[in-house]
Design a protein around this ligand. Sequence first.
Ligand code: FMN
Length: 370
Amino acid sequence: MQIFENTKIRNIKLNNRIIRSALWMNMADNDGRITPKLYKVYEELAKGGVGLIITGYAMVDPNDRPNPGMMGIYDDSFIEEHKKLVDIAHGNAAPIALQVAYGGSQTFHPDYKNTTLFGPSAVENRVTKITPKEMTKDDIKHVVKMFTNAAVRAHKAGYDAIELHGAHGYLLSQFLTPFCNRRSDVYGGSIENRSRIYVEVIESIRKAVGDDLAIMVKMNHDDYMDEGEGLTVPEAIEVAKILEQAGVDMLEISGVNETSGKGIGPARTKIHKPALQSYYLEPTRKIAKAVNVPVILMGGNRNYKRLQNILEETSIQYFSIARPLLCEPDLVNKWKENTDYKPMCVSCNGCYRKGEVGCVLQEKLIPLSP
Ligand SMILES: Cc1cc2nc3c(=O)[nH]c(=O)nc-3n(C[C@H](O)[C@H](O)[C@H](O)COP(=O)(O)O)c2cc1C
């Protein structure tokens, strides 16, 4: 297997195995409308050669806005503007997936106080200090419906895939996390029960959109919380098998429940030494071995030859990259020309410090590391 080869996942035709991992850009307007700047970001990415673009997360419900400046897909009026985004990607030969999220108590939006935020259980979020409303079965149905409606709109807009944000401490992943999920009904307790909401969303989407839209899930391999509080690797392997059974087309493996309060996230810093790159390799390798569905390795992928080795030596089939594509949206084209090319990104997370997300290196605010 080669990084630069054509593959097909459901109806997505990928020219190579490098995928742009989702990046919230803080560039949509207050209602989640796509701005000219945001179109430009995706145009540059599409021209840059990635095998598949995953958009930044889009809100599925106007009452649930995990972050300002995120895109919306919460009613039919969004279909046209997303169609334009899809056309930009397809016009530059890049397939594109829409990432959708429901935040719940993990919201960083200043206006959250005016809304009811859902959670599997009414447990105070250690970071935001928000105690969500424990969801009734009807609330769960409502959320499943919101995701399904969003997928139908994405399908109408022409997206190749939808990716459910089921990682990092947002609502879906809170169901997998024992600290957040204290339920004793069919949505709590065993790993099968804790995965149930994912299964219901996947099955409901498939029923609503038919066969051609691919369904992807970004999930944690470990919540990195204290013992007994978080999802663990053996459980994540079970989740992956359950999602495969439910019909998911691709799994992107992330990590960290940011509600842990430990101040860590999935975007690690200081990973310029080769040994620190591709930092979720071991758990992702195990998950990829346990399922047949294609698995994407995410986090700190920076060296082409290392990725090619991983492709040859493990069952991992795809690699996703986020921060380096802020610096260099054409990184994949550069690798195509020269597999020794070293990306500029030094994983400083300066991209988070700006109002609008972008690379601080590009603006020469801090010097490039040697
Ligand atoms: C500014 C910024 C915004 C992000 N937005 C999202 C997002 O919308 N959805 C998501 O699943 N992950 C998001 N992430 C996490 C990235 O997708 C990725 O998992 C992480 O940056 C690690 O990959 P990397 O080392 O290639 O950057 C974001 C990360 C950063 C730095």
